[in-house]
Design a protein around this ligand. Structure first.
Ligand SMILES: NC(=O)c1ccc[n+]([C@@H]2O[C@H](COP(=O)([O-])OP(=O)(O)OC[C@H]3O[C@@H](n4cnc5c(N)ncnc54)[C@H](O)[C@@H]3O)[C@@H](O)[C@H]2O)c1
Length: 285
């Protein structure tokens, strides 16, 4: 089918004009506002920097408002910091209202905040399970629910969820279940919100190299080395993910140009998602 036929008989000059008009409208707009949860953490900071480099205005959102404000101050370029506990709907609504009041819009939401608790196994305590699922699954639900009306009224939005390759393999039951749940939420958002110009996609990293003491488990250098060896051994590309690998994938889904891509999962796992290997108990026989 020719381009002209596809556009229902429009003259090519008319098509060019339509595209030019929409480009001009975009360039006159102010920066896109990117709200990043867990932005004070290891991966959140890298995502914030990458989205800022791409011309977006950053909202650092995390539990400690003072850290967020300091990070925003250091970044400059109109970045702001807000305190939020994503597991608490009152806190979520307050933070979203503050951003709308100060910046007028939210265009990009990166659901990055997450926790992983060391005692994670199939006999874990109920409160451990609750904590992981509350932060990693209910939190993104609450914050996204609060932001969706603003994106709908703008007829524009980019939702990006940071999940994990782990949900394919098992091994950390509550964490994996919470991330699988977030994958499922993402698909539902993609279905329901596409008509409003809102896309929803997931980035599923493998193990990420972070400075010892940072990241999900705040490991010591020795623990870090042991975990890294274990991860690299099951990764075809034979290294850990960098925070920038993850930020690059997020940056793609946050682009205006990715507007026809929704409901997708991008594994940033060096191929480790291809043959998930869990750890098996040795004392079961
Ligand atoms: N580090 C890895 O190897 C790895 C691998 C795969 C996926 N991930 C995912 O990447 C994301 C970021 O992980 P990270 O390594 O940067 O961890 P991190 O611990 O450095 O950062 C997580 C951030 O989330 C914040 N947070 C926790 N609970 C919160 C709450 N209730 N409300 C608001 N903020 C809250 C923390 O304060 C922290 O700043 C997580 O979703 C994690 O599951 C990490």
């Amino acid at each position: 089918m020719s381009v002209q036929a596809f556009f229902g008989g429009f003259h090519p000059g008319m098509i060019a004009l339509l595209f030019r008009r929409s480009n001009r409208r975009q360039s006159m707009e102010s920066k896109r506002v990117a709200f990043i949860t867990g932005a004070a953490g290891a991966v959140g900071r890298a995502i914030a920097q990458r989205l800022a480099n791409n011309g977006n205005q950053i909202v650092f959102a995390d539990l400690d408002g003072r850290v967020c404000a300091a990070l925003a101050n250091e970044m400059g370029g109109g970045a702001i910091g807000v305190e939020v506990d994503i597991t608490d709907d009152v806190s979520v609504r307050k933070a979203v209202a503050e951003v709308i009041e100060r910046l007028g819009r939210i265009d990009i939401l990166v659901n990055n905040a997450g926790v992983l608790v060391r005692e994670d196994n199939c006999e874990m305590e109920e409160d451990v399970f609750d904590r992981i699922v509350n932060v990693n699954l209910k939190g993104p639900f609450l914050i996204t629910r609060a932001i969706i009306p603003h994106m709908k009224s703008q007829k524009y939005g980019r939702l990006v969820a940071i999940t994990s390759r782990n949900y394919l393999a098992g091994g950390m039951p509550a964490y994996g279940a919470s991330k699988a749940g977030l994958q499922a939420l993402t698909v539902s958002w993609a279905r329901e919100l596409g008509a409003y110009g809102i896309t929803a996609n997931a980035v599923a990293p493998g193990s990420i190299a972070v400075t010892p003491g940072l990241g999900l488990l705040k490991r010591t250098p020795e623990e870090q080395l042991h975990a890294a060896r274990h991860s690299i051994a099951r990764t075809p590309i034979q290294r850990l993910a960098t925070r920038e690998d993850v930020a690059s994938a997020v940056a793609y889904f946050a682009l205006e140009e990715s507007g026809f891509v929704t409901g997708e999962t991008l594994y940033v796992a060096g191929g480790a998602q291809l043959a998930p290997i869990a750890t098996y108990p040795t004392d079961a026989k």
